[in-house]
Design a protein around this ligand. Structure first.
Ligand SMILES: [Zn+2]
Length: 111
C-alpha cells in the first residue's frame, strides 16, 4: 500500500471513530443483489452508518438515515456479518443524512 492510500485509510478510520455513536455500527452500502458472475456485491456508492444494535428510534440492521433496504436477504448475508465490523470502518462514512442524524442524536443527549 502506498503512502497516499495509508494516509486515506488513517483519515477514514479517524473520521469514523470521531462519530458520536454509542452502539456497535458498521460502514455499509445498500445492497441490491449479488453478481452471479463475480459473486461480488451490487450496491450503492454511498457509505452509510448501519446499526448493529438498536439506537434511538432505529433498530439493529437499519441504516441510520433510514435508507431503503431493497434486498433484505442480501442485506442480511452481506451487511450484517459481525466479522468485518472494524474492517468496514476503513472507508469513510459519506452519507450526509446519516451524519446529520448522528449529530442530531448527540445534541439530543442520546449519545
Ligand atoms: Zn445514510
Amino acid at each position: 500500500m502506498n503512502a497516499l492510500n495509508l494516509f486515506k485509510l488513517a483519515e477514514a478510520i479517524r473520521f469514523n471513530e470521531s462519530l458520536p455513536i454509542p452502539v456497535k455500527w458498521k460502514r455499509a452500502t445498500t445492497v441490491t443483489g449479488i453478481s452471479k458472475r463475480t459473486g461480488g456485491l451490487i450496491g450503492g456508492k454511498i457509505g452509510h452508518i448501519l446499526l448493529m444494535e438498536d439506537w434511538g428510534g432505529r433498530t439493529r440492521g437499519e441504516f441510520l438515515c433510514g435508507a431503503e433496504i431493497k434486498n433484505p436477504f442480501a442485506h442480511q448475508m452481506l451487511n450484517m456479518s459481525e466479522r468485518d465490523v472494524e474492517a468496514s470502518k476503513r472507508e469513510r462514512v459519506t452519507c450526509k443524512k446519516c451524519l446529520a442524524v448522528a449529530e442530531r442524536m448527540k445534541n439530543n443527549g442520546a449519545a
